[in-house]
Design a protein around this ligand. Structure first.
Ligand SMILES: [Ca+2]
Ligand SMILES: [Ca+2]
Length: 246
């Protein structure tokens, strides 16, 4: 059917109805995408994260772009949509580490709620591959993990691997929710996630699986293996957003 004939048959009223239908359709899809997820029909809300003040401005110039590095932007981060009522379960919880005697600071700084990031508010762990581990004290449904390694300058921390388990030794039932060790230099498998440049926004990780279900576990372990400025490992704060498992 030619375009002119179609216009003759459908008419302007029909065209208007088609256009309006498309508009309504878009609006409908937008609402669905924004307000429900995981097939549960539960209304979702933006995850509220209180960010510290920025300690530097502009794009860090000393780090070369790479296919394995997320492109840096200072645009606001899109909100993460989650079920209402999630809490930072990590706040003030006990932290252990592969380095039990940090070079600077204390392990408790990882979960003390201070994320300002200047001198005196980060813990520095020894060189090479190190981890910190947070005990949530009960099995939890974890939707998101927000972390700041260090944000006084733009750095990339290497081999960032984040795992959740009910086993404090991380030998059984381990779920990896983030891994950007693209060349498996830390020996825990090749990671598909991108490296990223640290700033005051830290890194927000969606811990849900491909079906939108939260990951379950009592312990969260975070690995790193030095950074682009030195071979040490740092944490300003780690937040774990979720709720106690039902
Ligand atoms: Ca802190
Ligand atoms: Ca690596």
């Amino acid at each position: 059917m030619s375009q002119s004939l179609r216009m003759g048959v459908v008419g302007w009223g029909g065209l208007f109805a088609v256009v309006w239908g498309v508009v309504i359709g878009w609006a409908g899809r937008g609402t669905l995408g924004a307000e429900s997820g995981g097939g549960s029909g539960e209304q979702l809300v933006p995850l509220e994260i209180k960010l510290p003040r920025p300690l530097f401005q502009g794009t860090p110039k000393h780090i070369k772009p790479a296919p394995t590095l997320e492109k840096y932007t200072d645009k606001p981060r899109p909100p993460l949509m989650v079920p209402p009522g999630l809490k930072n379960l990590a706040l003030k919880k006990k932290v252990t580490s592969s380095d039990s005697e940090p070079i600077v600071g204390e392990l408790a700084m990882v979960t003390d709620g201070d994320k300002e990031g200047s001198d005196g508010s980060f813990v520095e762990l020894g060189p090479g591959k190190q981890w910190v581990q947070i005990d949530l004290e009960t099995q939890a449904e974890i939707f998101a993990i927000q972390l700041w390694h260090y944000h006084a300058e733009g750095r990339v921390y290497q081999d960032v691997v984040i795992q959740v388990s009910d086993d404090p030794e991380f030998k059984t039932g381990v779920v990896t929710v983030f891994n950007n060790d693209f060349d498996n230099s830390s020996g825990m498998g090749v990671g598909k996630d991108l490296e990223y440049i640290e700033d005051y926004r830290g890194k927000l990780i969606d811990a849900r699986d491909e079906k939108g279900r939260p990951v379950r576990g009592r312990y969260v372990r975070l690995y790193s293996n030095g950074n682009t400025s030195n071979d040490l490992n740092h944490y300003v704060e780690v937040e774990v957003y979720g709720k106690p498992a039902s």
